[in-house]
Write a protein that binds this ligand. Structure first.
Ligand code: GMT
Length: 380
């Protein structure tokens, strides 16, 4: 099948999911065309089955805002025609579903029917999409998609609650390639980050407000008083400076390492003992799953779709948003006994297998097959 994938190419859950999905589909023999404004960060290799089409938005002084949706929909029209694309899969509703729908209508004028699948990822619904300035357009583009999928049950429920949705929504959870990790474990180099007697705690995100970065520092500050430890902060974003200032106030700058964005999160996670995810909202928590597959237990908030990934008392612990004291206590409980820690590590790894890409990929393939049926019906 020839599939065009639209996504954000930057560090961040939806782009990572879209890229990994495209790579896995290409390995299964599908022809994948990424259409976006930059080569996706995790897309290192282009091969016979993977193509990248860059969306250029020419600058024009008259425009206060450059019209990306317009350029994207035009690029989609061209790509579909040039490569004979069968289905269009857009990740993140804003503005991708909207631009995808415009492309679909333009192509229809030329007698080409292209089915569109929209995958909802989280902030496109819970944070940005529900804003009154976007809501009508987001509702419209979800309703006009041929198939809609969401990455968790919780996100599906939130979408149905927040928008007047007429379409059905299928839940296809995010996934992880499990086999990759079984062999890579030996490469762990924890001595780079901490002394032998220190535990390593990690947080990975885009450092936006929704991640509650100050909570990460507050939790760690309580932990480090009881357990010799280091905190590794991976990522870049608007809350980073606040976090650095908080570390100075607590006098823990020597114990917190800010490593910036990284393409090597598995290397960092494989020597981590605990992952912190105290987010305000989280549709799934892909970073938690990435931690779990690297045998890292998770102490998180209990918001959104996180409970569908992190299992209370098994793979880690969950607390109410903002309850930093309880999160720190739970972290200390896991970290203070190596037998307990190892049990949580093994449980995290075992539970991550529920999201093995081998189980999830066929669900997407079934969706594409269904979309092709729509195409067939509309063309004949
Ligand atoms: O976490 C972010 O802020 C990035 C955002 C994105 O769209 O890239 O992540 C969302 O999609 C991920 C992949 O499906 C989910 O794992 C994240 O939970 C979700 N983020 C939020 O809902 C805040």
């Amino acid at each position: 099948m020839k599939i065009a994938i639209v996504c954000y190419p930057t560090f961040g859950g939806s782009g990572v999911v879209a890229t990994e999905l495209g790579i896995a589909l290409a390995e299964r023999g599908h022809e994948i065309h990424f259409v976006t404004y930059k080569q996706p960060v995790r897309l290192e290799l282009l091969n016979n089955n993977i193509f990248f089409h860059e969306v250029h938005v020419p600058e024009y002084a008259l425009f206060h805002y450059q019209p990306y949706e317009l350029a994207l929909s035009s690029k989609l029209v061209d790509t579909v025609k040039l490569y004979g694309i069968d289905v269009l899969h857009v990740h993140y509703a804003i503005p991708h579903a909207y631009a995808g729908y415009m492309a679909k209508k333009m192509l229809q004028e030329e007698g080409i029917f292209i089915p569109m699948i929209t995958t909802l990822h989280g902030t496109d619904i819970t944070l940005v999409g529900k804003h009154p300035f976007y809501k009508p357009a987001v509702t419209f583009s979800i309703n006009k998609s041929d198939i809609v999928t969401s990455v968790s049950e919780n996100l599906k429920a939130a979408t149905l609650e927040l928008f007047a949705i007429e379409n059905s929504i299928e839940v296809i959870p995010n996934f992880i390639e499990t086999t990759k990790y079984q062999s890579d474990f030996t490469e762990c180099q924890r001595s780079l980050m901490a002394k032998d007697d220190e535990k390593i705690i990690t947080h990975i995100s885009n450092f936006r407000k929704v991640k509650r970065i100050p909570d990460v520092i507050k939790i760690f500050n309580i932990i480090q008083k009881k357990i010799p430890s280091k905190l590794v902060m991976v990522g870049e974003g608007p809350e980073k400076e606040k976090a650095e200032i908080l570390c100075e106030e607590y006098g823990i700058t020597d114990k917190v390492i800010f490593v910036g964005n990284s393409n090597q999160i598995d290397k960092i996670l494989c020597f981590s003992d605990l992952f912190l995810l105290p987010s305000e909202s989280e549709s799934f928590g892909l970073a938690a799953l990435e931690a779990m597959i690297n045998k890292t237990p998770v102490v998180s908030s209990n918001t959104g779709g996180i409970p569908e990934v992190n299992v209370q008392g098994v793979t880690g612990y969950l607390s109410d948003v903002g309850n930093v004291t309880e999160m720190a206590e739970n972290a200390i409980r896991i970290l203070s006994d190596d037998t307990v820690l190892n049990t949580f590590k093994e449980n995290a790894f075992k539970n991550a297998q529920r999201f093995d890409i081998k189980k999830i990929l066929p669900l997407y393939e079934a969706v594409y097959e269904k979309a092709l049926q729509f195409r067939f019906k509309n063309m004949h």
